[in-house]
Design a protein around this ligand. Structure first.
Ligand code: AP5
Length: 212
Protein backbone atom coordinates (compact mmCIF):
# COMPACT_ATOMS: atom_id res chain seq x y z
CA UNK A 1 0.00 0.00 0.00
CA UNK A 2 1.23 3.51 -0.83
CA UNK A 3 -0.36 6.29 1.21
CA UNK A 4 -0.01 10.03 1.74
CA UNK A 5 -1.08 11.70 5.00
CA UNK A 6 -2.17 15.25 4.28
CA UNK A 7 -3.22 18.10 6.56
CA UNK A 8 -2.17 21.33 8.26
CA UNK A 9 0.73 21.58 10.73
CA UNK A 10 -0.21 19.89 13.98
CA UNK A 11 -3.16 17.98 12.51
CA UNK A 12 -1.73 14.74 13.91
CA UNK A 13 -0.04 13.44 10.74
CA UNK A 14 3.08 12.20 12.55
CA UNK A 15 1.05 10.64 15.37
CA UNK A 16 -1.31 8.78 13.05
CA UNK A 17 1.44 7.88 10.53
CA UNK A 18 3.35 6.03 13.28
CA UNK A 19 0.19 4.09 14.24
CA UNK A 20 -0.66 3.29 10.61
CA UNK A 21 2.90 2.20 9.90
CA UNK A 22 2.83 -0.17 12.87
CA UNK A 23 -0.58 -1.67 12.12
CA UNK A 24 -0.19 -2.05 8.36
CA UNK A 25 3.55 -2.82 8.16
CA UNK A 26 4.36 0.38 6.25
CA UNK A 27 7.53 2.49 6.26
CA UNK A 28 6.86 5.90 7.81
CA UNK A 29 8.54 8.51 5.60
CA UNK A 30 8.40 11.95 7.22
CA UNK A 31 10.21 14.70 5.31
CA UNK A 32 10.17 16.79 8.52
CA UNK A 33 12.05 14.00 10.38
CA UNK A 34 14.48 13.54 7.47
CA UNK A 35 15.22 17.26 7.37
CA UNK A 36 15.61 17.52 11.17
CA UNK A 37 18.11 14.61 11.03
CA UNK A 38 20.02 16.45 8.28
CA UNK A 39 20.10 19.59 10.45
CA UNK A 40 21.39 17.59 13.45
CA UNK A 41 24.10 16.01 11.28
CA UNK A 42 25.04 19.41 9.85
CA UNK A 43 24.97 17.92 6.34
CA UNK A 44 24.83 20.26 3.29
CA UNK A 45 21.05 19.63 3.07
CA UNK A 46 20.71 20.37 6.79
CA UNK A 47 22.64 23.64 6.46
CA UNK A 48 20.39 24.73 3.59
CA UNK A 49 17.18 23.66 5.39
CA UNK A 50 17.81 24.98 8.91
CA UNK A 51 16.97 28.67 8.42
CA UNK A 52 13.78 27.87 6.50
CA UNK A 53 12.63 25.35 9.12
CA UNK A 54 13.32 27.56 12.15
CA UNK A 55 11.33 30.36 10.49
CA UNK A 56 8.45 27.99 9.67
CA UNK A 57 8.96 28.33 5.91
CA UNK A 58 8.94 25.47 3.43
CA UNK A 59 12.33 24.14 2.34
CA UNK A 60 12.89 24.57 -1.45
CA UNK A 61 11.17 21.91 -3.60
CA UNK A 62 14.34 20.63 -5.28
CA UNK A 63 15.97 19.83 -1.91
CA UNK A 64 12.94 17.92 -0.61
CA UNK A 65 12.24 16.14 -3.91
CA UNK A 66 15.83 14.91 -3.98
CA UNK A 67 15.62 13.45 -0.45
CA UNK A 68 12.34 11.68 -1.20
CA UNK A 69 13.56 10.31 -4.56
CA UNK A 70 16.70 8.92 -2.89
CA UNK A 71 14.68 7.36 -0.06
CA UNK A 72 12.14 5.70 -2.37
CA UNK A 73 14.94 4.34 -4.59
CA UNK A 74 16.55 2.90 -1.47
CA UNK A 75 13.48 1.25 0.09
CA UNK A 76 11.68 0.23 -3.11
CA UNK A 77 8.40 1.77 -4.19
CA UNK A 78 5.85 -0.03 -2.03
CA UNK A 79 4.51 -0.23 1.54
CA UNK A 80 5.12 3.33 2.66
CA UNK A 81 3.25 6.23 4.15
CA UNK A 82 4.40 9.73 3.28
CA UNK A 83 3.94 12.28 6.08
CA UNK A 84 4.48 15.95 5.23
CA UNK A 85 5.18 15.34 1.54
CA UNK A 86 4.16 16.43 -1.03
CA UNK A 87 3.47 19.93 0.18
CA UNK A 88 3.39 21.95 -3.02
CA UNK A 89 1.89 21.27 -6.44
CA UNK A 90 5.46 21.04 -7.86
CA UNK A 91 6.33 18.34 -5.31
CA UNK A 92 3.12 16.44 -6.08
CA UNK A 93 3.80 16.51 -9.82
CA UNK A 94 7.35 15.30 -9.18
CA UNK A 95 6.09 12.43 -6.99
CA UNK A 96 3.32 11.34 -9.36
CA UNK A 97 5.81 11.20 -12.23
CA UNK A 98 8.47 9.35 -10.19
CA UNK A 99 5.91 6.74 -9.07
CA UNK A 100 4.34 6.38 -12.47
CA UNK A 101 7.83 5.59 -13.89
CA UNK A 102 7.85 2.66 -11.42
CA UNK A 103 4.23 1.68 -12.12
CA UNK A 104 3.56 2.27 -8.41
CA UNK A 105 0.70 4.76 -8.05
CA UNK A 106 -0.46 6.22 -4.73
CA UNK A 107 -3.45 4.22 -3.41
CA UNK A 108 -4.95 7.01 -1.31
CA UNK A 109 -4.44 10.38 0.31
CA UNK A 110 -5.73 10.50 3.89
CA UNK A 111 -6.56 14.10 4.73
CA UNK A 112 -6.87 15.02 8.44
CA UNK A 113 -9.23 17.94 9.05
CA UNK A 114 -8.52 19.99 12.21
CA UNK A 115 -9.70 23.58 12.80
CA UNK A 116 -7.03 26.23 13.36
CA UNK A 117 -7.78 26.96 17.03
CA UNK A 118 -7.00 23.34 17.88
CA UNK A 119 -3.78 23.43 15.88
CA UNK A 120 -2.19 26.20 17.94
CA UNK A 121 -3.18 24.39 21.15
CA UNK A 122 -1.74 21.11 19.88
CA UNK A 123 1.58 22.54 18.66
CA UNK A 124 2.36 24.80 21.60
CA UNK A 125 2.13 21.87 24.07
CA UNK A 126 3.78 19.21 21.84
CA UNK A 127 6.91 17.46 23.10
CA UNK A 128 9.00 14.90 21.20
CA UNK A 129 11.11 12.17 22.79
CA UNK A 130 14.70 12.80 21.62
CA UNK A 131 15.56 9.09 22.01
CA UNK A 132 12.58 7.32 20.45
CA UNK A 133 10.96 10.04 18.33
CA UNK A 134 7.62 9.44 20.11
CA UNK A 135 5.25 12.41 19.89
CA UNK A 136 3.48 13.56 23.06
CA UNK A 137 1.17 16.35 24.13
CA UNK A 138 1.49 17.61 27.69
CA UNK A 139 -2.31 17.53 28.16
CA UNK A 140 -3.81 15.17 25.55
CA UNK A 141 -1.15 12.46 25.31
CA UNK A 142 1.29 12.97 28.17
CA UNK A 143 4.66 11.18 28.25
CA UNK A 144 4.94 8.17 30.57
CA UNK A 145 6.58 8.74 33.98
CA UNK A 146 9.88 7.09 32.96
CA UNK A 147 10.49 9.62 30.17
CA UNK A 148 12.48 12.37 31.88
CA UNK A 149 12.00 16.09 31.15
CA UNK A 150 15.52 16.30 29.62
CA UNK A 151 14.50 13.78 26.97
CA UNK A 152 11.55 15.92 25.86
CA UNK A 153 12.17 18.30 22.98
CA UNK A 154 10.11 21.43 22.41
CA UNK A 155 10.57 22.00 18.66
CA UNK A 156 12.01 25.40 17.72
CA UNK A 157 9.29 25.82 15.07
CA UNK A 158 6.57 25.34 17.71
CA UNK A 159 7.07 28.93 18.95
CA UNK A 160 4.08 31.25 18.23
CA UNK A 161 5.80 33.26 15.45
CA UNK A 162 6.94 30.13 13.55
CA UNK A 163 3.52 28.48 14.00
CA UNK A 164 1.94 31.58 12.40
CA UNK A 165 4.34 31.38 9.43
CA UNK A 166 3.75 27.61 9.05
CA UNK A 167 0.00 28.18 8.88
CA UNK A 168 0.46 30.94 6.27
CA UNK A 169 2.72 28.67 4.21
CA UNK A 170 0.14 25.90 4.51
CA UNK A 171 -2.72 28.08 3.28
CA UNK A 172 -0.69 29.61 0.43
CA UNK A 173 1.23 26.59 -0.88
CA UNK A 174 -0.10 23.31 0.54
CA UNK A 175 -3.87 23.66 0.77
CA UNK A 176 -4.17 24.20 -3.04
CA UNK A 177 -2.86 20.64 -3.38
CA UNK A 178 -6.23 19.32 -2.26
CA UNK A 179 -7.71 20.11 -5.70
CA UNK A 180 -4.72 18.40 -7.37
CA UNK A 181 -5.13 15.29 -5.21
CA UNK A 182 -8.90 15.13 -5.77
CA UNK A 183 -8.29 15.20 -9.52
CA UNK A 184 -5.58 12.51 -9.53
CA UNK A 185 -5.82 10.24 -6.49
CA UNK A 186 -8.38 8.70 -4.19
CA UNK A 187 -8.91 11.36 -1.49
CA UNK A 188 -10.18 10.29 1.96
CA UNK A 189 -11.45 13.12 4.14
CA UNK A 190 -11.11 12.26 7.85
CA UNK A 191 -12.20 14.28 10.89
CA UNK A 192 -8.99 14.76 12.95
CA UNK A 193 -10.74 15.84 16.17
CA UNK A 194 -11.24 13.44 19.07
CA UNK A 195 -8.92 11.05 20.88
CA UNK A 196 -5.95 9.43 19.13
CA UNK A 197 -7.86 6.13 19.08
CA UNK A 198 -11.00 7.69 17.62
CA UNK A 199 -9.04 9.33 14.79
CA UNK A 200 -7.16 6.10 14.15
CA UNK A 201 -10.44 4.15 13.94
CA UNK A 202 -11.83 6.67 11.41
CA UNK A 203 -8.72 6.34 9.23
CA UNK A 204 -8.92 2.53 9.34
CA UNK A 205 -12.60 2.70 8.42
CA UNK A 206 -11.87 5.02 5.46
CA UNK A 207 -9.09 2.69 4.30
CA UNK A 208 -11.47 -0.26 4.31
CA UNK A 209 -13.21 1.12 1.23
CA UNK A 210 -13.10 -0.69 -2.11
CA UNK A 211 -9.85 -0.79 -4.06
CA UNK A 212 -7.51 -0.54 -1.07
P1 AP5 B 1 6.92 18.68 9.65
O1 AP5 B 1 7.72 18.03 10.68
O2 AP5 B 1 6.32 17.87 8.56
O3 AP5 B 1 5.82 19.55 10.36
P2 AP5 B 1 4.27 19.84 10.05
O4 AP5 B 1 3.70 19.38 8.78
O5 AP5 B 1 4.15 21.27 10.33
O6 AP5 B 1 3.58 18.88 10.94
P3 AP5 B 1 3.85 18.70 12.43
O7 AP5 B 1 4.95 17.71 12.62
O8 AP5 B 1 4.01 20.01 13.12
O9 AP5 B 1 2.44 18.15 12.93
P4 AP5 B 1 1.72 16.78 12.67
O10 AP5 B 1 0.57 16.97 11.75
O11 AP5 B 1 2.69 15.69 12.34
O12 AP5 B 1 1.12 16.57 14.11
P5 AP5 B 1 1.63 15.68 15.35
O13 AP5 B 1 1.27 14.26 15.11
O14 AP5 B 1 3.05 15.99 15.71
O15 AP5 B 1 7.76 19.82 8.92
C1 AP5 B 1 8.56 20.72 9.67
C2 AP5 B 1 9.26 21.67 8.70
O16 AP5 B 1 10.10 20.92 7.80
C3 AP5 B 1 8.34 22.48 7.76
O17 AP5 B 1 7.87 23.66 8.38
C4 AP5 B 1 9.31 22.77 6.62
O18 AP5 B 1 10.21 23.79 6.95
C5 AP5 B 1 10.10 21.48 6.49
N1 AP5 B 1 9.46 20.52 5.58
C6 AP5 B 1 8.99 19.27 5.89
N2 AP5 B 1 8.47 18.68 4.82
C7 AP5 B 1 8.59 19.56 3.79
C8 AP5 B 1 8.21 19.53 2.43
N3 AP5 B 1 7.57 18.47 1.88
N4 AP5 B 1 8.48 20.63 1.66
C9 AP5 B 1 9.12 21.70 2.17
N5 AP5 B 1 9.48 21.79 3.47
C10 AP5 B 1 9.23 20.74 4.27
O19 AP5 B 1 0.65 16.24 16.46
C11 AP5 B 1 0.79 17.57 16.95
C12 AP5 B 1 0.45 17.60 18.45
O20 AP5 B 1 -0.93 17.25 18.60
C13 AP5 B 1 1.24 16.57 19.28
O21 AP5 B 1 1.51 17.13 20.54
C14 AP5 B 1 0.28 15.39 19.42
O22 AP5 B 1 0.50 14.65 20.62
C15 AP5 B 1 -1.06 16.11 19.45
N6 AP5 B 1 -2.15 15.30 18.91
C16 AP5 B 1 -2.11 14.45 17.85
N7 AP5 B 1 -3.32 13.89 17.64
C17 AP5 B 1 -4.14 14.44 18.59
C18 AP5 B 1 -5.52 14.26 18.91
N8 AP5 B 1 -6.31 13.43 18.21
N9 AP5 B 1 -6.02 14.97 19.95
C19 AP5 B 1 -5.24 15.82 20.66
N10 AP5 B 1 -3.93 16.01 20.42
C20 AP5 B 1 -3.40 15.33 19.39
Amino acid sequence: MRLILFGPPGAGKGTQAKLLAKHHGLRHLSTGDMLRAAVRNESPVGKEAKGHMDAGELVPDDVVNRIVAETLAEIGYDDFILDGYPRTVDQAEFLVEALSDQDAPINAVVSLRVPEEHIVQRLSRRRTDRETGAIYHLDFNPPPADVTAERLLHRSDDEPEAIRTRLEEYHAKTQPLEAFFRAHVRFLDVDGLGSLDEVQARIDEALRGPGL
